[in-house]
Design a protein around this ligand. Structure first.
Ligand code: 5GP
Length: 186
């Protein structure tokens, strides 16, 4: 049986990456797609593990050659989901998780109406800002830009199938796993 496509989106800094890593650790029938981006790697980020770090030229070639399932520009950089990995794994019966931005998630729903869209929100904007500052990966002006995007993103939450607040990683991971399990028997 074909696997299910599960999209986990939400503002930058909400903790999507941590939650997705936990789901993958606990659920052997789930795989995560590694995105491609033109953003420069942060300290500690590994090519092929966190992202495929490629140039704008390479990214635009992939768009032209229809190698991207979806892509978006976020804060001046391209981010996209490679088509092949997701399709192959869905065909092989795995659930594939996409950890992407809100615009990308809404695009996926248009192409894959049967996809499950999960919106992860933080308890408040103040908390989101605190998390972005604490992780220390963006300069203050980038934190501000991400917060501006977050306001628009939060206004799209009602378009998602499920809306969850990330108060606690273990709890929200458990909730998502429960939802995926139910979704799988449909
Ligand atoms: P970051 O620079 O913090 O790694 O990512 C910025 C935003 O881009 C995050 O919201 C992240 O989820 C999103 N993103 C990462 N990969 C993709 C992708 O393949 N497609 C889209 N549309 N967004 C992505």
């Amino acid at each position: 049986m074909r696997g299910k496509l599960i999209v986990i989106a939400g503002p930058s800094g909400v903790g999507k990456g941590t939650v997705v890593r936990e789901i993958i650790r606990l659920k052997k029938n789930c795989r995560v797609s590694i995105s491609a981006t033109t953003r420069k790697p942060r300290t500690g980020e590994v090519n092929g593990e966190h992202y495929y770090f490629i140039t704008r030229q390479e990214f635009e070639d992939k768009i032209r050659n229809k190698k991207m399932l979806e892509y978006e520009q976020y804060n001046g950089n391209y981010y996209g989901t490679p088509y092949e990995y997701t399709e192959q794994n869905l065909k092989a019966g795995f659930n594939v998780i996409l950890e992407i931005d809100v615009k990308g998630a809404l695009n996926v729903k248009k192409m894959y109406p049967q996809a499950l869209l999960i919106f992860l929100k933080s308890p408040s904007f103040a908390e989101l800002k605190k998390r972005l500052i604490c992780r220390g990966t963006e300069k203050p002006e980038e934190v501000e830009q991400r917060m501006q995007v977050a306001h628009w993103e939060m206004a799209q939450a009602e378009k998602f199938d499920v809306l969850l607040t990330n108060n606690d990683v273990s709890l929200v991971t458990e909730e998502i796993i429960g939802i995926i399990d139910k979704f799988n028997v449909k």
